[in-house]
Ligand binder design. Structure first.
Ligand SMILES: Cc1cc2nc3c(=O)[nH]c(=O)nc-3n(C[C@H](O)[C@H](O)[C@H](O)COP(=O)(O)OP(=O)(O)OC[C@H]3O[C@@H](n4cnc5c(N)ncnc54)[C@H](O)[C@@H]3O)c2cc1C
Length: 528
């Protein structure tokens, strides 16, 4: 197989033109070949001449007939390295593996264990995706929060009501990333996610995908139980022997995977009380900012809209005079700010887009890193108290609705009373407020300095009528559940996994960590 990188074509090229370019580049003449796109990225530095940049893998009918002269830094011979799931180990399991949580980490761990014959049981505190969607829509409409089924909790986990961005910075020598994308395509995602630089699913597509993955797990012998919250663990001689569901049912278990996500605060408390080693972890907090998507397209594409490219996305970062870094996070082109709260009297926001990304506004979180030094106490759960404090203030600032402020009023630290040309695109009720008052001073100042700096990179980013809402507090887990080289916690049989345990950040890396745990369990135990 021959890999060609840096193959550039105008964004409106046809498939035939790509084929011709490959043939010319490899001087194949009439030699038949097949090819696969393995990567597509956008080069928009020249606004009037935007290009797609491809990496393609080509299989000519007879590779020996390809002239050696064509090979160079961008044209090389490669061997495909297929992904391999380990064969079952020899230790016996008395009970079916228990997986706590049906987010990306839990689902992918269960999928690979089910396919390998381990008949896993997923326990999920929230509802199945289609019912959960109604519960969330009701919450956004009338503010009635279900603490166990909401934007953070339920089938598919935190990412179900999201933009479903799938890019990750996690290095992947074992091919798990590719496996994750393959599973998503088999479950209904469009094929382009396999090679796009910035693949995304959109919440409208994600709901169907997680339900399909569940059906596949069930067909392979696994089972999924909803409204099944693990409220306690039974531990004997340093080893797990059962989990307790909804405070009453005892389910015997020799192993369980803790794929509980970053917002399972009651469960973290329970784990701590059961002697599970945990430590506080740095994360980031801030606000979500909205701009007209057409303005962002103009800045990045040189035109207010582009049918081929869709809505543009940005990534900005700035180091402040006070040494803190401010950066954009989870940018949602043509998306919505969402009320992503999970505890009464506390308010957290996040972002979401539909697959079309055709909303009026672009939004992203602008966040600042916080460390255990910022937390009210240095215990393992200090970060949770730091989050709760901010979320209570956010709840109060908007009196239970999402608090929103213009950048002009943010700079003056005063309550907004009128919007400018930009109107909020928010899922959930919102109210004009003084959002700056929610944040600790140095974080508030850092965000102002960052926005002014971003205004030099993206024209209009610091316009006075841009909107800020808050608080963005669930950017990653505030704790790490310690695991050893066997990926086990200090209690035998318990595998901390995914974002909540502090080993992933985002849908794809959480799913990859789920596969990693499944491999580890398979290497050790015999299947059923
Ligand atoms: C609104 C929003 C938008 C996002 N957008 C993106 C994006 O575009 N791209 C991206 O990569 N990431 C995004 N993220 C982050 C992403 O969703 C998470 O990184 C990812 O879902 C983490 O996966 P996980 O499986 O580790 O945990 P989660 O997805 O959080 O899943 C944990 C699951 O465990 C369940 N659970 C918790 N406690 C218990 C218990 N005691 N008993 C039973 N079940 C329990 C929860 O109900 C939940 O379903 C977004 C997050 C949110 C909230």
């Amino acid at each position: 197989m021959i890999r060609i990188t840096q193959l550039k074509l105008p964004i409106n090229h046809t498939e035939e033109e790509l084929r011709e370019k490959i043939s010319r580049t490899l001087r194949l003449g009439k030699l038949p070949f097949v090819y696969k796109i393995s990567r597509q990225s956008l080069d928009a530095r020249h606004k009037n001449d935007k290009k797609f940049v491809y990496t393609v893998d080509v299989i000519p009918d007879d590779e020996k007939k390809v002239s050696r002269k064509v090979y160079n830094n961008n044209i090389m011979s490669i061997k495909e390295k297929p992904y391999h799931f380990p064969d079952p180990g020899s230790e016996s399991l008395e009970h079916r593996p228990v997986i706590i949580g049906s987010g990306p980490a839990g689902i992918f761990c269960a999928w690979y264990l089910a396919r390998a014959g381990y008949r896993p049981v997923i326990l999920e505190r929230g509802e199945e995706a289609s019912i959960r969607k109604e519960t969330v829509d009701q919450f956004w409409k009338n503010g009635v929060l279900d603490p166990d089924s909401n934007v953070q909790f339920g089938e598919g986990g935190a990412g179900t009501f999201s933009d479903g961005k799938l890019n990750t910075l996690v290095k992947d020598p074992f091919g798990r990333n590719y496996e994750v994308l393959k599973r998503f395509v088999e479950a209904g995602a469009h094929r382009e996610i396999m090679y796009q630089q910035k693949p995304h699913l959109g919440t409208d597509v994600l709901i169907g995908i997680v339900e399909t993955l569940r059906h596949q797990i069930e067909e392979m012998g696994g089972s999924v139980r909803f409204r099944s919250k693990v409220t306690d663990l039974k531990i004997k001689d340093g080893a797990l022997c059962a989990v307790v569901i909804n405070g009453e049912e005892i389910l015997p278990a020799d192993i369980c995977v803790l794929a509980i996500g970053h917002s399972a605060r009651d469960t973290f408390q329970m784990l701590l009380s059961r002697g599970i080693f945990m430590e506080p972890k740095s994360f980031a907090v801030g606000l979500r900012m909205e701009h007209p998507q057409s303005m962002i397209n103009e800045d990045l594409y040189g035109e207010p809209e582009n049918e081929i490219l869709g809505s543009a996305s940005y990534k900005v970062t700035h180091t402040c005079g006070n040494g803190r870094g401010v950066y954009s996070f989870c940018m949602c082109p043509g998306g919505y700010v969402v009320n992503a709260s999970s505890e009464p009297g506390m308010l957290a926001v996040n972002g979401m887009s539909y697959q079309a990304r055709d909303g009026e506004n672009a939004n992203s979180a602008l966040i600042v890193t916080v460390t255990p030094g910022d937390f009210p106490d240095n215990g393992p759960l200090g970060g949770i108290e730091f989050q709760r404090d901010l979320e209570r203030k956010a709840w109060a600032a908007g009196n239970g609705a999402v608090p929103v402020q213009t950048f002009a009023d943010y700079k003056d630290n005063k309550t907004t009373t009128v919007f400018g040309n930009i109107l909020p695109n928010i899922r959930g009720t919102y109210a004009m407020a003084n959002v700056r008052s929610i944040l600790p001073k140095d974080i508030g100042d850092s965000i102002e300095e960052g926005i002014l700096a971003f205004g030099k990179k993206l024209k209009g980013f610091d316009r006075d009528d841009a909107l800020l809402s808050g608080v963005e507090s669930r950017t990653s887990s505030p704790v790490r559940i310690v695991r050893n080289e066997e990926l086990l916690s200090n209690i035998r049989g318990i595998y901390p996994c995914g974002e909540g345990a502090g080993y992933a950040g985002g849908i794809t890396s959480a799913a990859m960590d789920g596969i990693k745990i499944a491999e580890t369990i398979s290497k050790k135990y015999r299947n059923f």
